[in-house]
Design a protein around this ligand. Sequence first.
Ligand SMILES: [Zn+2]
Length: 357
Amino acid sequence: MKRIYLIITGLFLFSGTFFAQKVSSKKAPKPEDVGIAVITRNTLEAHLAFLASDALEGRAAGKNSGRVAAEYIKAVLLDAGISPLYNSYFQSFDAFAPHSGDYDIKTRFQVHADSVAKIKQVPYYRRLGLQNVLGFIEGQRKDEYVVVGAHYDHLDIDEFLAGDRIFNGADDNASGVAAVLQVAKAFAVSGKKPLRSVIFAFWDAEEYGFLGSEYFVAHFNNSAAIKGYINLDMVGREGSFPAFLLENPNAVDAAQEKNPNKIYFLRTADATGYGEQLDKDLASHHQDVRFAPRILLPAVRASDDHSFSNKNIPVLWFFTGIHPDYHTPDDEAGKINWDKLLYITQATYLSLWNLAN
Ligand SMILES: [Zn+2]
């Protein structure tokens, strides 16, 4: 997750908690049930532990470590029988930033054509070679799309850091990548051609300001054909929702905030009906998680969802909150709450299934 910018006009707290009920069913398996059966804790752990290993050196956007992560994602998609969206699984692009002779490391990389043109007018500028990884299942409707995405880049190595130098990014955001890889596989094995076409997206350079998702949306031939976006960024820990993002922080249910199994279920105001549907779906799949639904405003610039809400595309975002290891070398695989990650992956799959069908 990108450090959250304070460009907000407010955030409404959606009160109430969903309690999933245990319901048993003895009918023949539906295609979505066939898919959900392949989402397992072991596979989530395998994907996440590899991506967040020290060998992956913090999955830096534009560096070899980031490319290794991209190659891994491509290999998993290929193995699951998911086609590339375009000719290649990789959507390659460049980002540019003005060269700065001082120690200002915050000089922003940009992908917007106008900003890039401006940057290239100066004699020295910096370039990052980046790539999104994009998988695809064609639906019955070829002109309607739904997208599920997670950023795979993280914060590199800080070679001057005393002690542990590797930013493993287990929660941020190997957790989201592992989940989307499993959701893609579940769609493939369900055996059903969805009504709408589905895009499985793995974004590069989110930590630089959502560059991968911004580039994707800007270059998609018809963004109005994207009917919804589900974002997964940081879905494996216990944390809190930054109070300064809430219109009324005092309205937060203190008991709910202390529940380690709570999941923030954020959505833009135009994504209506999903909370109720998700509650029903989870009940029929024996889930026992507690959702803290909140309305996400487009003005909140926190993750790749912003690239979509900015184009008036309805957004859902699962999130388990900010914790003390956020953006530190201590965001490691050993601290992941696997059961919770499993629940969220199943919930994402069911939400996407509904969105696609
Ligand atoms: Zn982050």
